[in-house]
Each structure stands twice: as C-alpha cells, then as structure tokens.
Design a protein around this ligand. Structure first.
Ligand code: SF4
Length: 486
C-alpha cells in the first residue's frame, strides 16, 4: 500500500511570542486527516514540526520512510495558522523544495495555501486543497494510488496541467462531524507537549474541537475553509473523546479550540448532562461571544460542566468600531457577559483589537476604559490585520502592495493607512498592557487586604508587579503621545 508522510507548517520556534508563551497543542487537524487516511489502509507517518528548529529536519524522514506522498496539512483549529504568517509560508516552501528533490508527490492544505495556491504550485506543490480538506485528500490519494487521471472530477483542488492552472469546483463541507475518526494522537510525541506544559504551568492542557466554522460576519475575520457554516459534533462523541484522552494521556485542562464553543444553549445543556452522567471532572477554556454569554442559564451550564475561562472577542469598547467591524455586539453586552461570568466564577479574558478603519482617539479611549473597568483575567491585544477574502481586506487592499502578511504573530505592524502611524499602534499595544497589569495589581492588592489568607504566588506577583508597571506605563504613555502628535 502507498505511504503518506504528514506534516504541517506551524513551527512554534519561528513565532517568538508563542514560543515564549510555551502553550503548544498537538496539530489536531493534521491528526484527524492522518487518522482518516490510515483508516483507509494507507501507511501513515507524521513529522510534527511544532518543536522543530528548521524546515530541513524533514530530510531524514523523507529518507527513512521514502513516502509516496508528502501532505503538508496545517491544523486549521490552531488560529495562528489562519494568520498566514510568512515565516511559516517560507518553511512550507522549503519543505516542498526538499520533498521535490526526493521525488514524492506533494499535497498542501492550509488557510495560507487556499489564499495563495498559485504561489504554492509555483514553488513545487503538485496539488493545493482548497477548503475543507479530509474528503478531498482521500479522493486525491485514492486517485493517485490507482494512477487514474480523475483529478478534474475531485472537488476542492488547485493544480497545474500543461502549465495551465486548474481549479476544480468548490468542495461541500462535511455536515456530520461524528463520521470523522478521532485524531491519531499515537503519531504525536504527547510527552513533549506534556513536558512543556508541566514545566511552565504545572498542568497539562490539551486541545479538542467540538465544532467547525462560525456563522457570524465580523468584517475582518477570514473564513477560507468553512465560510459561514457551523457544524457541531454530538455531545456524546465529545465526551467519549474526553474519556479516552483522560485514560490515555491524563490531561488536567482542555482548550476547546472552536471559533465559538456551544453556540446552541441546548448543546451545552446536553454536554453538561453527559459530563455529569459519566462523572468527568475537568476544567476547560473556550472562545465565545458576549451576546451568547448574556443568557444566565447558558452560563450556568458552562460553569457546571467545568468551564473555567472564556476568551471573549470583545475587540473594542467603542460601539462605532464594533458596528464598523460588523460584530453585531453591543458594548453593554460585553459588560453584562463579564459580570455574569464573574458571578459563576468563570474567568473572562478579552481579545482586543486596535487600529480598525476609522478608529480615533475617542474610540481608543473607550476601549482602554472598558478594559480597566472590567479588568479581565487576561487580555490578548492585536492590531487590525487584513486577511484575503474579508470585507476589511477589500476596503484597504490598495494599501497592501508592499506588505500583506506578518512574519510572526507578534509583528503587529499596521499595514494600511489609518488615523495614526504603525509605530503609534505598537506603542499603544504596550501602553495598554502595562496600564492593565498595573490596575490588575491594584485590584489584587485591594482584594488581598480584605482576604489576606487567600494569598498565593500568582496573586503576590501581581501585586509586586505594581512597582514596575507604574513607571513603565508612564514612560510608554509619553512615547505613545509623542508618536500620536507626529
Ligand atoms: S464571531 Fe469570531 S469566529 Fe465568528 S466571525 Fe466573528 S471573529 Fe470570526
């Protein structure tokens, strides 16, 4: 039977911010595809580049396994792969070049390749899969293994024939997610992930996907794979996977890597019942929207089933900017959601975005005010980043000739003309982080004065940090204001 070497192009060491955070998750999407291909009888290997130092590390594996096919299959559940970072694109191109010399057929599936398929083919890929990839990949490998020339009939492919670039019709997405096999975790070095987590955080957090897609229309959010579709696995299947993972790998926490976890309250209720029925005890982290989290019984079910942290796409404290983003959220809903989460002892963390089209100093001020009033558990600040296929990209694409992608997730360069300079937004990013940490330190100090017996190392560090954050935030503000006036 032909053999397939799977890899992906997210090299964590090429993304210094993420490497610093040390929160690595196995490439889930890659493992699901590998499981499907293996289930159909092919011999499957994996080269996981998460901890790799160089694209060249694929060479010995190509030598050793001599695969018929190299499949560079990014983990679409890792949101960093959706950012189309050029460090990862270059690494993918290098791996393609190396595999080309070894003579195997090369198939690529990723958000970046979906957007830039011509470039990937130009660099030597034989096929780029556009859209959801499992079924396309299986049909393609079957066709290649049988040496049949039926590629034109396989939906969701880009390839070259006689120097012509061909695109086959769009692939329908999979509606019954329960029909897919469980990820092939046995191919991954789970100990390497566990070691990283335990060393830094003292717990082992793993990733599980319960859904695919998101039906909302935020103007800057790229949806190259699922469009506006949203499909869920059944709560029973998810709990079955959790039990298996608990037994085999003994995790402590779960990161549900869905764009939106449990969009339907009924699903969360059923999930909670399943978790309780099987006596599963664990804590989990999700991403969600403020409007969903204004429903108290929904939040209560999240809490009862083990939800410990929600990352909320708050984005802005300015209604004008939320509306411009097409977020379909009211600022008041962010406040209500944050308070409701607190009531149920779920930590709220915020994604914040600066630099959206039309944002001025009042809008920035409202966002800073919101962060400082609600003092989320954590914040992730980004600078508006136009990705192909979005309304936002269309609005600014005339400015993107010189640069259209970041090198890594911490580049934070504003790539289009806006109210302030790119240097200002970088300084703003730093200033908001520093003031937030300072205010969080003061809030913790107040709490500890009232509850001195609750002190632990984490809370002590927050308070001690005040001594650094006060002067640092003042200095950052001065530099930021200087840039604002330039
Ligand atoms: S809710 Fe989140 S995932 Fe959905 S479109 Fe908006 S930003 Fe994207």
């Amino acid at each position: 039977m032909p053999s397939v070497l799977f890899t992906h192009s997210y090299f964590m060491k090429f993304d210094p911010k993420q490497w610093g955070l040390q929160q690595a998750y196995p490439p889930l999407g890659t493992l699901i595809a590998a499981a499907l291909i293996r289930e159909k009888g092919y011999e499957v290997f994996l080269h996981d580049v998460m901890f790799a130092d160089s694209a060249k590390e694929i060479s010995p594996l190509l030598e050793k396994h001599n695969p018929d096919y190299l499949v560079i299959y990014d983990d679409g559940f890792n949101y960093l792969t959706k950012m189309c970072l050029t460090n990862m694109r270059e690494a993918a191109f290098s791996m393609i070049g190396i595999a080309r010399q070894k003579g195997c057929k090369i198939i690529v599936s990723s958000s970046d390749a979906s957007d830039h398929f011509a470039e990937y083919l130009e660099h030597g890929a034989d096929y780029v899969i556009i859209g959801e990839a499992e079924e396309t990949l299986l049909e393609l490998i079957n066709a290649l293994a049988q040496k049949s020339d039926t590629q034109a009939a396989i939906h969701g492919l880009a390839y070259k024939k006689n120097n012509d670039l061909l695109l086959t019709p769009k692939r329908d997405i999979i509606k019954n997610l329960d029909s897919l096999p469980l990820p092939a975790w046995d191919l991954v070095d789970m100990d390497a992930y566990r070691t990283m987590w335990l060393k830094r955080y003292g717990n082992f957090t793993i990733n599980i996907a319960t859904t695919r897609g998101c039906p909302y229309h935020c103007n800057w959010c790229a949806k190259p794979i699922y469009g506006y579709a949203y499909h869920m696995r059944s709560p029973e299947k998810v709990v079955e996977e959790l039990l298996l993972l608990k037994k085999n790998y003994g995790f402590d926490k779960v990161w549900f890597c869905d764009d939106i976890f449990g969009l339907q309250p009924d699903w969360v209720q059923k999930f909670n019942q399943e978790v309780a029925r099987l006596g599963l005890k664990f804590s989990y982290i999700i991403q969600s929207r403020a409007d969903l989290l204004c429903n108290e019984s929904y939040v209560a079910n999240l809490a009862a089933s083990g939800c410990g942290t929600v990352w909320l796409g708050a984005e802005s404290g300015s209604q004008k900017i939320l509306d411009a983003m097409g977020k379909n959220i009211k600022v008041e809903q962010i406040y209500t959601a944050a308070r409701l989460l607190k009531k149920y002892h779920i930590k709220a963390s915020f994604f914040i975005q600066f630099g959206y089209i039309g944002e001025n100093k009042e809008d920035i001020g409202q966002t800073i005010k919101m962060v400082n009033e609600l003092l989320p558990e954590d914040i992730g600040i980004s600078i508006s980043y136009p990705l192909p296929g979005t309304t936002f990209y269309e609005q600014v694409k005339s400015d993107l000739h010189e640069k259209a992608n970041w090198t890594d997730s911490n580049e934070l360069t504003l790539m289009f003309k806006n109210t302030y300079s790119p240097a200002f937004y970088k300084k703003l990013h730093r200033y908001v982080h520093l003031t937030y940490r300072k205010n969080q330190g003061f809030a913790t100090l107040k709490y500890l004065l009232l509850h001195p017996l609750k002190i632990n190392y984490k809370l002590f560090r927050r308070v001690a940090g005040i001594a650094y954050y006060i002067p640092a935030s003042m200095m950052a503000k001065r530099k930021m204001n200087k840039l604002k006036n330039e």
